[in-house]
Design a protein around this ligand. Structure first.
Ligand code: GLC
Length: 747
């Protein structure tokens, strides 16, 4: 209570001390912003353009003095509500202009309650669940004083070698755009609410196209691909009201994105009219020197601020050189004023001038609240993809006489949370071993088998085989630790690490049913494992409540409903692979595929078919985008179009009937894809244009409608955004590789 009173008193003081009027309407806000800027010195303006990481200043007094003297506009990774409130008080009360601070932190998929990694969240295809999860993440973070988070990460990637695929929503621009919208809304919530946290759409733009999947590597993205794929989720984030964007590390077509006028000015400001703030990614301004694009720190500062970076994260080229650059006439003070206006606009939109503090008692009531843990369990359950389930291996009965639970990922409280869990605590995790033990007790036979994923030792195999032999079935938890994905953690080999597969082969010899549960931050190349196991549940890194979520599914309290947001390749040699590929002039069908081993030994053929495929992999992936099984069976029938002619000023409805012909009541994620048969540039063989998660009882059926408007068919052809008349195909189906097909004409 003491703390609450002091905050209350403090807030009253602040309100009276507040140095800027905060008119609600845009005009008066803009006037107030301009009025404040007119009172600031150049040095004070530049101070707003700096984000200092915790530990930058030699001691706390130096840090507080920097705030008093208006030398910093934001902090990164400063922790603790008390400390944050004290710094905020100093900024509001003891600095000349009383401008509040932004406190930023990476709250990517949870603050203390950890949700599945974003690639897992995307597997749910459930934007409302994900919005709720991001809201909870912000409420927990805000209760600790965080008012800016560096999420959503909405980079598109085609490359599972890239470690940051874990943080992405996968390969598809439409699905990622839906999640970009949901995540921004969840993170920011109602900006008038004290738990509002500024979102940050990152990494702008094209970062996921790092050549060879090597993080930070060069990206070459032709403008049609940039606009038709990579920019789409960011445009959605902007439309959803994201207050901030983050420029990226990569050089895009030769120009680093933190100094790229085409993306930061032409696209973001001129075309999209973005009024928020752009922060550079960690040191990416000064890394333009290493890129060989800036000659020195002064040049880097000039290039970044001229292109469109408003605030520099962690490095100090702005505070060291912008004043000189203005004095030398190389940049105008007007430009600085515009940059500072963007920053002040974010602080005002976030209400920091009126409600700069959080009620300190909030943390006690929100961190790890039961409702938060329940949602984490629900989202984790909805994110695990059933890849195989031969002979109804799953679900298991809770009355099973004995069950072998094997593998290091059955009991990995830290790794089950996944990458980017700054504030997650493994003590909060409930592992599958713990949950299954609660259910089965002594009927569970646990054995590690291997100590960790890269373990090369087979010394633990015998115990695991013994556990298997005395059990009715085996649940074998495999995968990669969280450190094997995430930033900079790209892998050239995307197989299961270590001897996990070798143990699976040994367990197979016991003749027992094997359920493989995979915890990973990327789609691994698991063709052999998929073959060997009777059932496979791909759990990604499911977060704090991995144990209850896995148990909910394997014991059949719920059916898996998730679908893949990314293609699974047969091996790294197929990369890059994405379902919306181009047809080429010589498309291969699966039937064209001759296994390399079946090719006659003395073949004198010139070619195996003159088709675009690998002669060892063929043309199909291991598992297609949108794929996921269920404990029931859904039947798609009766595809209908309201009209086979789509006129420019109208829309058509495409519908199908989905029946639950099995015996498990559950959800189905119905997907709708379109193909443009002829275009002024070549067009993908299909593109996701709609999806709908429906709930159907056994024996019931549901009609699902999708509206197609001409605007849905727009694309950038290298010169303009166009909607071109012609022939189209449309599918409604359970994934990108199958479904009911029809045709229509856009006239
Ligand atoms: C990192 C990441 C970025 C993150 C930032 C702050 O290097 O690239 O996603 O938000 O630095 O931690």
């Amino acid at each position: 209570m003491k703390y609450f009173h002091s905050i209350l008193l403090l807030s009253l003081l602040i309100f009276s001390g507040c140095k800027i009027k905060t008119g609600k309407d845009t005009d008066s806000s803009e006037q107030n912003i301009q009025e404040l800027i007119s009172k600031m010195t150049l040095a004070e303006k530049i101070g707003q353009m700096y984000q200092a990481f915790d530990g930058f200043y030699p001691n706390d007094e130096a840090l507080k003095n920097a705030v008093r003297e208006g030398k910093v506009g934001s902090f990164l990774n400063v922790q603790g509500a008390d400390r944050i409130n004290e710094l905020q008080r100093i900024a509001l009360e003891e600095s000349k202009h009383g401008i509040p601070l932004l406190f930023g932190r990476d709250v990517i998929h949870g603050y203390r309650t950890i949700f599945p990694i974003p690639l897992g969240m995307a597997s749910s295809w459930d934007t409302s669940l994900v919005e709720k999860a991001m809201r909870i993440s912000s409420v927990e973070a805000a209760s600790m004083g965080i008012n800016w988070t560096f999420a959503p990460m909405i980079d598109i990637t085609w490359d599972p070698r890239w470690g940051r695929i874990a943080e992405s929503c996968g390969e598809d621009p439409f699905l990622t755009s839906q999640f970009a919208t949901a995540m921004v809304k969840g993170i920011q919530g109602n900006l008038d609410d004290p738990t509002a946290v500024a979102a940050c759409a990152k990494h702008f733009v094209g970062y996921g196209m790092a050549e060879a999947g090597r993080d930070y590597n060069t990206t070459y993205i032709p403008e049609p691909l940039l606009r038709n794929v990579h920019l789409k989720p960011f445009k959605a984030a902007k439309a959803a009201g994201a207050l901030t964007f983050m420029s990226a590390f990569n050089d895009l077509n030769g120009v680093p994105t933190s100094g790229n006028e085409f993306t930061l000015k032409t696209i973001l400001r001129d075309e999209w009219n973005f009024k928020g703030m752009v922060v550079s990614d960690w040191a990416s301004v000064e890394e333009m020197i290493t890129h060989g694009y800036a000659a020195n720190r002064k040049d880097a500062a000039e290039k970044a601020v001229s292109a469109g970076v408003d605030m520099e994260m962690s490095t100090t080229s702005f505070i060291d050189y912008l004043k000189i650059l203005v004095e030398e006439g190389k940049i105008s003070e007007k430009l600085i004023n515009n940059r500072v206006a963007n920053i002040l606009r974010v602080k005002m939109s976030l209400g920091l001038f009126t409600k700069p503090f959080l009620d300190g008692k909030m943390a006690k009531d929100t961190i790890l609240a039961k409702s938060h843990l329940n949602l984490s369990r629900e989202l984790a359950r909805n994110s695990m993809v059933l890849l195989k389930n031969n002979n109804q291996t799953l679900p298991l009965s809770k009355d099973i006489r004995s069950l072998a639970v094997i593998g290091s990922f059955a009991d990995a409280p830290h790794d089950q949370m996944g990458t980017w869990v700054f504030d997650g605590n493994s003590d909060d995790s409930e592992t599958p071993r713990t949950t299954i033990n609660k259910i089965l007790g002594k009927r569970m036979n646990f054995a590690l088998g291997v100590e960790y994923s890269r373990d090369k030792s087979t010394v633990g195999f015998n115990k695991a085989i013994d556990a298997a032999r005395k059990s009715e079935a085996i649940v074998y938890f495999v995968g990669e630790e969280s450190i094997l994905s995430g930033e900079s953690n790209s892998r050239g080999i995307i197989d299961l690490p270590g001897v996990q597969k070798e143990l699976l082969i040994e367990l197979k010899k016991t003749g027992k049913r094997i359920i493989l549960v995979v915890m990973a931050g990327r789609p691994l190349a698991i063709a052999d494992e998929l073959e060997l196991a009777d059932a496979v549940l791909y759990a990604w890194h499911p977060g704090t409540m991995a144990g209850p979520a896995v148990a909910d599914l394997i014991f059949g309290d719920y059916s898996p409903t998730a679908k893949l947001p990314v293609t699974f390749v047969k091996g790294a040699g197929q990369i890059p692979f994405y379902y919306y590929r181009k047809n080429t002039g010589r498309p291969a069908a699966n039937s064209d595929f001759t296994y390399i081993d079946d090719i006659p030994r003395n073949s004198k053929q010139l070619s195996l078919g003159f088709k675009s495929m690998h002669i060892d992999y063929g043309i199909e992936p291991l598992l297609p985008f949108g794929y996921g099984l269920s404990y029931t069976k859904f039947q798609y029938t009766n595809l209908q179009l309201s009209d086979t002619i789509l006129n420019f000023n109208e829309s058509i409805i495409v519908s199908a009937n989905i029946s639950n012909v099995g015996n498990f009541e559950t959800d189905e994620i119905v997907q709708m894809y379109v193909r443009d048969k002829v275009g002024s540039i070549t067009r993908p063989i299909k593109e996701l244009k709609g999806f709908n998660k429906i709930h159907v009882k056994p024996g019931d059926n549901m009609k699902v409608d999708f509206e197609i408007k001409p605007a849905d068919l727009e694309f950038f052809n290298g010169k303009d955004y166009v909607i071109e008349p012609g022939n189209f195909e449309v599918w409604i189906g359970p994934n990108s590789a199958e479904g009911l097909k029809a045709k229509f004409v856009l006239k």
